[in-house]
Design a binder for this molecule. Structure first.
Ligand code: NDP
Length: 457
């Protein structure tokens, strides 16, 4: 049977773009459909604009900190439309860069919504095209959850809308306790808004080390964020421009916007997955094997639509491994172990490997090393905020199971530490490493005193 393409990729985000480019480089005749904007969530309404907004939110605090170093600035103010318009310019530039990369790689891109009409046929009714492909990759990502059970959910915004608000909210309520909620709490607080964050459980950032979770909650509260843990929302009302969040205890919080960050669902609606027999998890995510193969052997899926590890670099790794395996003649699995991650909260988190609780649950006997100290920068600013560093070490093998950092530059530091942890470094390897002085990171190689020794569950 002859096909129009060797590979058709549905979705032009991080995973799809990498897979398409590498497959084309291996000689595959490749096409892609993207219904919205090239670059996907990370570039258009995720990691990239978020990080730009994190930068924007630092300046007020830096201006205050500068006083301790002898600086005085005149009147200063923040202009939301300037930030949004400059952010848009950068996102447009990146979007064009992605389109350019596809064009240079020889990947034909259709600006259209695509679905599977049969196991080898892709239909794009919006542009009246139907094409066939030998292999198909689904890389459609995810979308913010909007729970129908939340009364008044129609009065809320998600991370899809928050980057393009015409005005900055002066008061904002943020629901959720994951990455997006804590990151936007820090952004809006830094930009001068009154922020209330509501989380249903006793500790936010489920899955992270408990000391980091507690440390961040303390730091955010100390900065002035109204963090309500163990708090549930009953409904959201709208009165003109005002949103009123009614809590289960009957009390109310008024705000200009309510941002919900309650997780993301895989984008599978209308893709025709059931028609071609692709197995899905209960939440709709596509089930794949280690090579990202679905239950239909020539159809693959990578990235958030598979609900494995919903992080951009992981989607890229999965897309690349898929293309090398199927078109490059070298079978490769994306490795999901020891993936470092950063939360761009304020202060930020950088983390890799197991937290103390997870390591204990896996049966390890642990030595824990912890340091909490005022970073040098703040010795002159008067700010009380501390840096926390924690090493989770297997007491029997001396292997470094986890490294956890809360404090400025955590994201930058953890990237380098991740190499050592990935290579299987031991605590002795950390000890044998000479410090870089004066830095915060040097603490990672100078901790000698065990905070807890030989602990088990
Ligand atoms: P997360 O999955 O990280 O967190 C969802 C949060 O919402 C959890 O605190 C969860 O609570 C809570 N929640 C879920 N359902 C409800 C409900 N019905 N009522 C109240 N609370 C609820 O999702 P996010 O939306 O924050 O982020 C999505 C994903 O995007 C992340 O998992 C991450 O993979 C990725 N991301 C990565 C970033 C980075 O690398 N820096 C930045 C931003 C996003 P509970 O824990 O109790 O279930």
């Amino acid at each position: 049977m002859r096909f129009d393409y060797d590979l058709f990729v549905i979705g032009g985000g991080s995973g799809g773009v990498r897979a398409g480019r590498i497959a084309a480089g291996h000689g595959a005749k490749t096409a892609m459909a993207e219904e919205y904007r090239m670059g996907g969530t990370c570039v258009i309404r995720g990691c990239v604009p978020k990080k730009l907004m994190v930068y924007a939110s630092h300046f007020g605090e830096l201006a205050e900190d500068a006083a301790g170093y002898g600086w005085t600035f005149g009147e200063h103010s923040f202009d939301w439309p300037t930030l949004i318009s400059n952010k848009d310019k950068e996102i447009n530039r990146l979007e064009s860069a992605y389109a350019g990369t596809m064009a240079r790689a020889g990947v034909e891109v259709f600006k259209a919504r695509a679905h599977l009409a049969d196991p080898h046929t892709i239909a794009m009714p919006g542009i009246g095209r139907t094409l066939t492909a030998k292999h198909i990759l689904v890389a459609t990502g995810g979308s913010p959850v909007r729970p129908a059970s939340l009364e008044g959910v129609e009065h809320t915004i998600t991370s899809n809308e928050v980057f393009d608000l015409p005005e900055m909210p002066r008061r904002i309520v943020i629901m959720g306790g994951g990455y997006i909620a804590v990151e936007f709490a820090g952004i809006f607080h830094g930009l001068g808004a009154q922020v209330t964050q509501i989380y249903r459980g006793p500790k936010f950032l489920r899955g992270f080390d408990d000391d980091l979770r507690d440390g961040l909650a303390r730091a955010m509260t100390a900065r002035g964020i109204d963090l309500r843990l163990d708090t549930k929302v009953k409904r959201i009302e709208r009165h003109g421009d005002l949103r009123r969040v009614i809590l289960e205890d009957g009390s109310a919080i008024d705000a200009d916007q309510v941002l919900i960050a309650l997780g993301r669902d895989p984008n599978v609606q209308g893709l025709g997955l059931d028609k071609v027999g692709i197995s899905q998890k209960a939440n709709g995510a596509i089930i794949v094997d280690e090579y990202s193969t679905t239950s239909v052997p020539h159809i693959y899926a990578v990235g958030d639509v598979t609900d494995r590890l919903a992080l951009t670099p992981v989607a890229i790794a999965e897309g690349h491994a898929f293309a090398d395996t199927v078109f490059g003649g070298k079978a490769r699995k994306a490795d999901h172990t020891n993936v470092a991650t950063a939360v761009f909260s304020q202060p930020p988190i950088g983390t890799i490997g197991l937290g103390e609780q997870d390591a204990l649950a896996k049966g390890h006997r642990l030595d824990i090393y912890m340091a909490e100290f005022r970073p040098m920068f703040h010795t002159m600013t008067g700010r009380a905020e501390k840096v926390m560093m924690k090493l989770v070490v297997d007491a029997d093998s001396d292997r470094m199971l986890g490294v956890h950092i809360l404090g400025s530059d955590a994201a930058e530091i953890i990237q380098a530490v991740a190499i050592a942890v990935k290579m299987g470094a031991t605590k002795a390897d950390f000890d044998a490493t000479v410090a870089v002085h004066p830095t915060a990171g040097e603490e990672l190689v100078t901790m000698r005193q065990k905070t807890r020794s030989g602990i088990t569950l």
